[in-house]
Ligand binder design. Structure first.
Ligand code: NAP
Ligand code: ZN
Length: 350
């Protein structure tokens, strides 16, 4: 075991504070990554503040991890010491079920191992995330990074926000000739706008924040709708092929179904625990529309997304903070006051 240093939540509403714990020794197929930057996902807030049930405190969030490989096990072939690499929301899965065989480890039928909020198979210890100085991960769950090192901090959010939008955009075939809506322009949503635009779709951003309108266009939106403006919403009735909703608050899903074309799909990726208002059956059957969900993405598609982003010069828009800024950042995320992702410089852990 090797001692790791972290910045942890010690209770649902206590400020973050230092924490030390043990990480496992390298197995032959393990990679050790010294963490340089870690993004703050709204899921970290749900987790650390106990909104998804009581975590085991101290809890170390963080699943948008980038860093440098500092050691590799004897059987590792895909990564070498000195490489830049990333770790997202998953660090393991069964490897044998149908989903794992198809490269969809996020839907592992036995239950994958989360970067935090899980139990490590190798040690039986809780998994601790990326607000820490290093992490030990099986090589098949470590991603290669092709971006220039200079912009590395802004690559971190691709590991969750990026893939969570990339996977449904690809699955529902966003591209030229498709009208795609992205609801909620926070960490996930702003990546959705950038990626859908880069894939060639006609992109419409839905925001509740009038102050984000001009920026949505800069991010790649062709049009922007203030989602609380009923007249603005009504102008787009029956016109969307795909709408991806990143909002974690309760919403009236019928208002988005009304905007879909026949055979359109509303994909829910926000992970709040409040119930949504369901549309009536006629809203669905009248246009053969679907309401779907989507969780992050598999390892192969995460690598595909990272390679696409490196090739197209896509990163997140970030605010870089030190560990001491995490509590204030959480409050600003809850207030939708971030443009568009906080990333922690892990050198500030000291
Ligand atoms: P975020 O940065 O806080 O962005 C959410 C955005 O939703 C806000 O910026 C805001 O955008 C909008 N919003 C907030 N409150 C709202 C309300 N009451 N009504 C309407 N819109 C509202 O969060 P995130 O990191 O993007 O994560 C979003 C959700 O996705 C979280 O629940 C997170 O846990 C979940 N998530 C899911 C997956 C998955 O695999 N499915 C992966 C990662 C995260 P505007 O200001 O533009 O309105
Ligand atoms: Zn996340």
């Amino acid at each position: 075991m090797t001692t790791a240093h972290a910045w942890a939540a010690h209770a649902a509403h206590a400020p973050f504070a230092p924490f030390t714990f043990e990480r496992r020794e390298l197995a032959p197929d393990d990679v050790r990554l010294d963490i340089l930057f870690c993004g703050i996902c709204h899921s970290d807030v749900h987790f650390a503040r106990g909104e998804w049930g009581d975590p085991r405190y101290p809890a170390v969030p963080g699943h948008e991890i980038v860093g440098r490989v500092s050691a590799v096990g004897s059987a590792v072939t895909r990564h070498k010491v000195g490489d830049l690499a990333g770790v997202g929301c998953l660090v393991d899965s069964c490897g044998h079920c149908g989903s794992c065989h198809q490269g969809l480890e996020q839907y592992c039928e036995v239950g994958g191992t989360g970067t935090y909020m899980s139990t490590e198979k190798q040690s039986g210890l809780p998994t601790y995330g990326g607000y820490s100085d290093f992490i030990v991960v099986k090589e098949s769950f470590v991603l290669r990074i092709g971006h220039e090192e200079a912009g590395l901090a802004a690559v971190a959010p691709l590991l969750c926000a990026g893939i969570t939008l990339w996977s449904p955009l690809r699955h529902w075939k966003a591209g030229p000739g498709k009208k795609v809506g992205i609801v909620g322009i926070g960490g996930l949503g702003h990546m959705g706008v950038k990626l859908a635009h880069a894939l060639g779709a006609h992109v419409v951003a839905f925001t509740t924040s009038p102050g984000k309108v001009d920026e949505c266009k800069r991010l790649g939106a062709d049009e922007v709708i203030i989602s609380r403006d009923k007249a603005d919403m009504a102008r787009h009735r029956h016109s969307f092929d795909l709408i991806i909703n990143t909002v974690s608050a309760s919403q009236d899903l019928g208002t988005f179904c009304a905007l879909l074309k026949r055979d359109g799909t509303l994909v829910m990726v926000g992970a709040g625990t409040e119930k949504h208002i369901a549309p009536d059956a006629f809203a669905l059957l009248g246009k053969r529309i679907s309401i779907a969900g989507s969780a992050i993405g598999g390892i192969a598609e995460t690598q595909e997304m990272l390679d696409f982003c490196a090739e197209h010069g896509i990163t997140a828009d970030i605010e870089l903070i030190g560990v001491k800024g995490v509590d204030a950042a959480y409050d600003r995320i809850v207030a939708s006051d971030v443009k568009y992702r906080f990333v922690i410089d892990m050198a500030t852990l000291g």
